[in-house]
Design a protein around this ligand. Structure first.
Ligand SMILES: [Zn+2]
Length: 181
């Protein structure tokens, strides 16, 4: 089922496009990543924090872009609640990150590429972000796919394709895709 996301305003697109640029800056570093996240004030659109996936850089399997950004943003705010904020992510949050977004009380999550897109390059847990919300007591609006092609371009950049080869979670079994559909 393909969903077509209609942004409520140009602001969502502008924030995501900027996030793609920010994420692409990792391609010039020793640890390129296609995953970037930004936390923005839902009303004003002001940026609170943004960060990239640092699993390889920090040797931390939980250092996904979304989880790391939530952690650092909450520390910056000095409280564990991010109610009133929206999380933008270049890729649909995995179940770990979506669960964390719910614990953080985020209003809304907006993503670009899908878990299936990411799964062409690295292993994934096949539970849609919306499903995580549905099975929780919390509420959070999940919207995607916003600028999906632009976001997926982060995965297919030649520097990223080269980097994926060194990932412990790199895709090794091409039969996995669709197994869980
Ligand atoms: Zn994640």
């Amino acid at each position: 089922m393909e969903k077509v996301f209609k942004p409520k305003s140009d602001r969502d697109e502008a924030i995501m496009a900027e996030l793609v640029q920010f994420t692409a800056r990792s391609f010039g570093t020793p640890c390129p990543v296609p995953f970037g996240a930004a936390i923005v004030d839902s009303r004003s659109g002001g940026l609170l924090y943004r960060a990239r996936n640092s699993v390889m850089r920090e040797n931390d399997p939980s250092s996904h872009a979304e989880l790391r950004t939530v952690r650092l943003a909450a520390k910056k705010l000095g409280k564990p609640s991010l109610a009133g904020y929206t999380l933008y992510s270049t890729c649909e949050p995995c179940p770990m990150c979506m669960a964390n977004a719910l614990w953080a009380g985020l209003d809304r999550v907006v993503y670009g590429a899908t878990i299936e897109d990411a799964n062409r390059h690295c292993n994934q847990i096949h539970i849609p972000a919306e499903e995580v919300v549905r099975r929780s007591d919390m509420s959070c609006v999940v919207e995607g796919e916003l600028l999906r092609d632009l976001c997926y371009g982060l995965f297919t950049d030649p520097r990223m394709l080269k980097a994926f080869a060194g990932w412990s979670t790199r895709k090794t079994n091409n039969d996995t895709r669709g197994k869980h559909d």
